[in-house]
Design a protein around this ligand. Structure first.
Ligand SMILES: [Zn+2]
Length: 226
């Protein structure tokens, strides 16, 4: 029987939507088959480009760095929280999470533990200005998820916190709470609607970047073995 893999990653290209102030992305040929007999590209990007994970070191000088974290931190059983009814800048609250509490608790106790993935559907606005106006998680809801034993919270938006493009000081309350608890965040996921039902295992394996605060990942899901 063949395994179905669901790709949860955005394609990285020059139009990739970057968090305000983060470095630009480029992937350019430096050697080519025509001139040099082989193709080699030079890649430049920030550590939070495209679909990626945040390590605790992102917000905490003494937090875990991406290369020091075990692979098990990036493999988990998914609970997809359906919040695709949320409008621009609307908050995702404890009330939205509570119908899933029991299944989160159950999967947290299983091998690989539990990832909670918030399906806002906002990935459909990827590459448009509306992408910055995404729904976001309240601190209370994030705390509730941590209390339930969640080891990773993933969003199909730019951030689990509100993103501000007007230059005002952003509130990183959810980042601070989740990363401060030693858990991981995943951002700019896509295609979460495809794993809404059934049992899925999700892999979000980062590059082994020494001393780094995050890494782009190739995010994917497959049916969890029974
Ligand atoms: Zn990030």
């Amino acid at each position: 029987m063949s395994t179905t893999y669901v790709d949860l990653s955005h394609t990285l290209d020059e139009d990739v939507q970057i968090y305000p102030g983060d470095p630009a992305f480029s992937c350019c040929p430096v050697l080519t088959v025509e001139k040099d007999g082989l193709n080699v590209h030079s890649i430049s990007m920030g550590s939070h480009t495209g679909t990626h994970v945040d390590a605790p070191y992102h917000f905490f000088a003494s937090g875990a760095q991406i290369d020091a974290m075990p692979l098990s931190a990036f493999i988990g059983n998914a609970v997809v929280v359906e919040v695709s009814n949320k409008k621009a800048k609307e908050m995702i609250t404890c009330e939205d999470i509570s119908p899933y509490s029991e299944s989160i608790r159950r999967k947290a106790a299983q091998e690989h533990g539990v990832f909670v993935l918030l399906h806002t559907g906002w990935s459909r606005h990827w590459r448009s200005d509306l992408y910055f106006e995404h729904p976001f998680l309240t601190r209370d809801a994030a705390q509730h998820l941590i209390d339930l034993g969640v080891k990773l919270i993933g969003v199909d938006t730019l951030s689990p916190d509100e993103t501000r493009v007007d230059g005002s000081t952003p509130d990183f309350g959810v980042h601070e709470l989740v990363l401060g608890a030693g858990a991981v965040l995943a951002e700019n996921l896509t295609n979460l609607g495809a794993i809404r039902t059934g049992d899925w295992c999700v892999n979000l394996i980062p590059l082994k970047l020494k001393g780094c605060d995050g890494s782009p990942v190739r995010a994917f899901a497959y049916r969890a073995p029974n």
